[in-house]
Design a protein around this ligand. Structure first.
Ligand SMILES: [Zn+2]
Length: 172
């Protein structure tokens, strides 16, 4: 993951938008403590993702109106976008990130001896932009394929970023 730090703000690698600075991230980034910066950034982003998905703002605990949509970034791709009605904080992440806390994904990785919640998700292929498959647009259904060791866990998401079905298959 490539982050840019400038004037107390971190910009993310996916769309160049500002993640907004926090003292924790800003300090560790400024001090050049790579590993700590990495951990702090990871914790920060994960907490924003999980709270955003639950409809809660990570900055002010206000209500977040979050949906998967396409557009407003170039090139266009599906992504989760949340807007806080109280403080205006905006959160955005690739579609695959929305499945990280799903029990099926956690157990899929656990079976292989990995706690997926401790893996920086920007290193996971299914969390990169444009890795999802569009199944239908009305209603919106997107499929994310998590592949490990010749096995695939396919998760179908709706517009809210909720998983509506899962399926496992072995590569033939
Ligand atoms: Zn807020």
């Amino acid at each position: 993951m490539r982050l840019r730090y400038e004037d107390g703000n971190l910009s993310d690698v996916w769309n160049g938008r500002t993640l907004s600075g926090t003292p924790e991230v800003a300090k560790s980034t400024r001090d050049g403590v790579g590993r700590n910066a990495h951990r702090a950034t990871f914790r920060l982003i994960v907490s924003r993702v999980y709270t955003g998905l639950r409809g809660v703002c990570s900055e002010c605990q206000g209500y977040v109106d979050g949906k998967i949509h396409i557009g407003d970034v170039q090139p266009e791709y599906y992504h989760f976008h949340g807007d806080c009605g109280r403080c205006g904080f905006q959160t955005e992440f690739p579609v695959g990130v929305a499945v990280l806390s799903h029990p099926g994904v956690i157990s899929f990785f656990a079976e292989r001896g990995t706690d997926v919640r401790s893996v920086p998700f920007w290193t996971l292929d299914f969390c990169t932009p444009r890795c999802e498959t569009e199944l239908s647009t009305n209603p919106l259904r997107l499929r994310v394929d998590v592949k490990r060791d010749g096995e695939t866990l396919s998760l179908t998401l709706n517009r809210d970023g909720s998983v509506v079905s899962t399926e496992r298959s072995r590569d033939s």
